[in-house]
Design a protein around this ligand. Sequence first.
Ligand SMILES: C[S@@+](CC[C@H](N)C(=O)[O-])C[C@H]1O[C@@H](n2cnc3c(N)ncnc32)[C@H](O)[C@@H]1O
Length: 301
Amino acid sequence: MSAVQKRQQWKLIGLLNWTADYLDQKGFENSRLEAERLLAHSLHIQRIDLYVNFERPLIPDELAQFKSLLKRRLDHEPLQYIIGETEFFSLPIKVAPGVLIPRPETEVLVENALQIIKENFSQGKEINVLDVGTGSGNIAIAIAKNAVYARLTAVDISADALKIARQNAELNNVADKINFLQHDALGDWPLHFTNYFDLILSNPPYISDAEFENLPQEIREFEPRQALLGGKDGVDFYNNFCQILLKLLCTEGNALFEIGETMRDVLLKNFLNCGFSNMEMIQDLSGKNRVLKMQKGGGNE
Ligand SMILES: C[S@@+](CC[C@H](N)C(=O)[O-])C[C@H]1O[C@@H](n2cnc3c(N)ncnc32)[C@H](O)[C@@H]1O
């Protein structure tokens, strides 16, 4: 903002228009929507209220608070971290630095998990579901909300992620249905989990070293590497977890993994070699390979 602009009395609509134009000039996509969300968050009001009260002047404190948020966005911090919240499967999910921001593509995994539950479990039968690398808890919470008889275990290696995941479970009123555990999924598991889970879900870290270098600054510099990096080719987690998965699943139990769009062939081969059957590749809305479904001891190994 220039000195003249700083001295002028800003009204909501003027500040909104100026911010949207400025973000646009700086190359940010969806600049109008971003400006609306930043300003509404800064003033603790709904987006619609920006237009209802568009002639309202801002007091200096409000302007200072907004400027500090805008500066963070101009430094490429993700909007969701600045606002502290996002939406997943139409549910509010808190996020903060240290936890991955849930992506819309991951809803494909949830939809297919709910389909498996609907097709395989009669109403009233308790289902044990494991979410590996729960992050913000988005997957476990979406399942708990939509599958009444599901009992969930959600693990993550990161204490920061689990703290947020527990808050999200409270926020969405499903805390009593999810057992959160800080645990290295590639380490030893408690014995009582052997052959225990009917369904195992995971969106593990799967970015390859080469892909990481080409990610936008928003992701590369702000989202946790532990949530992103899957080794040189991105497939380390799947390969290292394969035998553990076999132990944790009950006979004929299903697993669903989110995968990188180019990993289809290598992962199909590896999971088949590991002893899984009934493999199915599921695409997202843009037609990209997104979720790999498999079964333990399903019959056509
Ligand atoms: C791609 S993020 C997915 C987060 C969330 N489930 C989602 O869909 O947005 C992967 C998560 O796996 C966790 N993670 C990475 N390695 C792990 C391990 N060895 N054991 C348990 N969790 C792990 C990370 O901390 C991160 O939260």
